[in-house]
Ligand binder design. Structure first.
Ligand code: ADP
Ligand code: MG
Length: 728
């Protein structure tokens, strides 16, 4: 193995940046491989174009005739670009994307072939779904599943394949993917938010949720990564002593991007442009070899698709540049982890960002309405929001000594805190004309000014208001954004729906004016959800104590956190908002629990293997060298050899102690796994993996890492942290 390590180091040191030619302006190639509105205008008849646009904007059904026309045009467009195959592209609950390619090619009679693609093939396909996770849905019902075209996310060409974004559902209608519930949640928030908007502007017909994700990742030379079985099999290093220099000097963050990485990024951004992913920002992150890519925000469904697509594309482009991209939340112990901040907002079809303060008191009241309702939604469903980002790999960030904490709280900044405090004092019932004027001029009228000064951003908050959007920072770098986006939009939808009912009631029964009613309801909301607001240090121990007092949950592990996904409150919520049936909700819970178990199981196996079959033999080998040395010293020095060989003997003993430590703990871990595997009930099994198996990783790692410091570097089999992190 050490041969592999040195070969990899040598090869990686001689790498040159791969040359990238950018011949055209990015705006010129943007969306070149996307069957977008512009392309559709060009390729579709007017009827077909209107049919698709109606489906996108109003969710109307596309009839077979239109589908046929679209299919033929898509095919012509794709063939002209050298495409040979098409696929329904979807996002099953495995966490990756799925595709099965079919050729356009078909034979029509003996020896005669054509390129064919019709509306039927565009609209619906039936992939063999039996190996995708279903959480028991398929066993109880029907074995088959089908994919159905999502016209709101445009088809695109990747390589020589036309990819059609689709939902993936069981034959009985249950969702088997991330997209289906997301579309339902977006629909729910559209309905609820549009109704509320009508208090302020009758012209609003639709409200869109927007998402701007920020993807963090690490780059490691491909060969160096390949020399580490843990990276290849689990996406992270399960062991490895920290490098003398890590991120202490903060000399990587926002620093000049190393050339090899920069050329990789340019290549990646070029791919993004062709695919219509509006990549905008690139920079070095905090840890060495850690980077970030962020696009311009988009409508949430499209943004989620684009992130899933990026996760796929980034690996392929990295490979061209001899990199392995690590999307894991915590590839290196002691280094910053990676997240995927989800910037989220709501905006109307009239072009108003509902979380951006406006120019008039009325538009500011609208802003406050959406602002306070979002905070209230997070307050009511904080445990569910935490669950929306729970995974084995994200546990290394949330609840570990890492940003952000597992406690959900909302940061709004000093100025808005003050505004909310003042609103709390609003008179109950009818307001005097003076009070109204005062409120409009001096409280809500001041908001736009104050926000400009509101620069005191709190990086430790999991859910922060950043001027015109909320930033959900707890999302993990490997996550499919569909999961947290479904949950966030559903809880806000439910909250807005309840808000509307309460305001209408005050108007109808108490005879309050619209704005009075809004002020009254907001006042009560602010009072009741204050406990979720937190401006202090989210990483401190003091916050844990304080949060507990406030009754906020602090679920540090996935098995604990996921329980919120099947609480009565959650099941009722999803049912009421038509996002998921109880069967679907429970199925997802099962799938996520099972994924957790499997992740820990795999890590345990890999760690056991590396410790016993790579580390121990290497340690023994080195120990033998020492023994030979001591024997030789004895020959030369005879009786006095013990003085000369003192350190060597000491080393021999230390090595033996660590080998023993490894063996003991690997055995314990194997026993714990065997025990856990026998447990029938999913929850208990997950808890056993979490509490009995996983903690042993640390013990095993401790002894291996100590050996790394003792054993001759020349025979050490695993590429070391300093090599993984500082070779570019
Ligand atoms: P930063 O937070 O890094 O200082 P910005 O505030 O400009 O930078 O934006 C961060 C991210 O927020 C970007 O990816 C951007 O696309 C996204 N974003 C900006 N406005 C919105 C919005 N209205 N809805 C969703 N995302 C947004
Ligand atoms: Mg960032």
């Amino acid at each position: 193995m050490s041969v592999l390590r040195f070969h990899a180091i040598k090869a990686s040191l001689s790498r040159k940046p791969i040359h990238i030619k950018e011949e055209k302006k990015r705006s010129e190639i943007f969306g070149e491989n996307v069957f977008n509105e512009q392309t559709m205008r060009q390729y579709l008849t007017k009827d077909a174009f209107l049919g698709v646009m109606n489906a996108v904007e109003h969710g109307t059904k596309i009839n077979r005739n239109v589908a046929d026309q679209v299919a033929v045009s898509m095919k012509d467009w794709a063939l002209a670009k050298g495409v040979t195959h098409y696929t329904h592209w979807f996002q099953p609950l495995t966490g990756s994307t799925a595709e099965k390619h079919d050729a356009f090619f078909e034979t029509v009679s003996d020896g005669v072939a054509i390129e064919k693609f019709d509306g039927g093939q565009l609209v619906q396909q039936e992939p063999d779904a039996s190996s995708f996770p279903s959480g028991g849905i398929r066993n109880t019902f029907e074995a088959r599943g089908y994919t159905a075209w999502d016209p709101s996310s445009p088809a695109f060409i990747y390589g020589t394949t036309l990819c059609i974004p689709t939902i993936f559902v069981a034959y009985t209608g249950e969702a088997l993917d991330y997209k289906t519930p997301l579309l339902r949640a977006l629909n729910a928030v559209d309905n609820a938010a549009t109704d509320v908007c009508k208090y302020f502007d009758k012209n609003v017909k639709k409200v869109y949720a927007s998402l701007g994700w920020e993807q963090e990742y690490f780059l490691v030379d491909k060969l160096l990564a390949a020399s580490r079985p843990d990276i290849i099999l689990t996406g992270r290093t399960l062991l490895g002593h920290s490098s003398a220099k890590g991120q202490q000097l903060d000399d990587h963050y926002f620093g000049a991007i190393p050339n090899r990485a920069l050329n990789f990024m340019r290549d990646l951004e070029h791919e993004c442009m062709l695919l219509g992913i509006p990549a905008k920002t690139r920079h070095n992150e905090v840890a060495p070899n850690q980077f970030e890519l962020a696009p311009i925000f988009e409508e949430a469904n499209l943004a989620v698709d684009h992130n899933s697509l990026l996760v796929d594309v980034i690996g392929r482009v990295a490979s061209r540049h001899n990199f392995k991209v690590l999307l894991h939340e915590k590839p290196f112990s002691g280094m910053n982890g990676s997240g995927k901040h989800n910037n989220w907002s709501l905006s109307t079809d009239t072009g108003v960002n509902l979380l951006s303060p406006g120019k008039t008191p009325m538009s500011n009241l609208q802003f406050l309405t959406f602002f306070v309702n979002t905070i209230k939604a997070v307050h009511t469903h904080e445990a569910l929001l935490r669950a929306s980002v729970a995974s084995a790999s994200n546990d290394h960030r949330l609840g570990a000594n890492e940003a952000p904490p597992a406690i959900m709280s909302v940061f709004i900044g000093q100025q808005l805190t003050k505004v909310l405090e003042e609103l709390q004092g609003v008179t109950k019932g009818k307001l005097s004309p003076e009070e109204k004027t005062e409120l409009k001029l001096n409280v809500i009228g001041k908001i736009p000014d104050v926000l400009l000064d509101n620069t005191d951003r709190n990086r430790t908050s999991p859910f922060a208001f950043t001027g015109n959007k909320f930033e959900f920072r707890a999302v993990g770098s490997t996550a499919n954004c569909g999961n947290p986006m479904t949950i966030l939009n559903t809880i806000v939808a439910k909250q807005l729906k309840d808000f509307k009912v309460e305001v209408d009631k005050l108007i109808d029964t108490k005879g309050l004016k619209k704005d009075e009613a809004v002020f009254n309801v907001l006042r009560e909301y602010i009072k009741s959800c204050k406990t979720i607001l937190f401006e202090g240090n989210g990483y401190g121990e003091a916050w844990e104590t304080e949060a507990k007092k406030r009754g906020l949950s602090n679920n540090k592990t996935t098995p604990e956190a996921l329980k919120a996904k099947i609480s009565k409150q959650t099941i009722d919520l999803f049912k009421e908002m038509n996002v998921m049936s109880e069967i679907e909700t429970r199925a997802r819970y099962e799938i996520e629990m099972e994924a957790y178990i499997k992740h820990i199981q795999i890590e345990g196996r890999v760690l056991g293997d590396i410790a016993l079959n790579h580390i121990v033999p290497t340690a023994v080998k080195y120990q033998n060298t020492l023994i030979e040395n001591v024997k030789g010293l004895k020959e030369i020095f005879d009786k006095s050899f013990k003085t000369v060989a003192k350190e060597q003997i000491n080393l021999i003993e230390q090595i033996s102690a660590h080998i023993e430590g490894i063996n003991t703990h690997v055995n314990k871990m194997v026993d714990a796994r065997k025990k856990a595997n026998k447990i029938e009930k999913m929850e208990d099994k997950a808890v056993a993996y979490c509490n009995d198996v996983k903690p042993l990783f640390e013990n095993i790692r401790y002894h291996c890492d100590k050996l790394e410091l003792l054993v001759d570097d020349e025979i050490w089999p695993l590429t070391k942290y300093r090599e993984l992190l500082f070779t570019r």
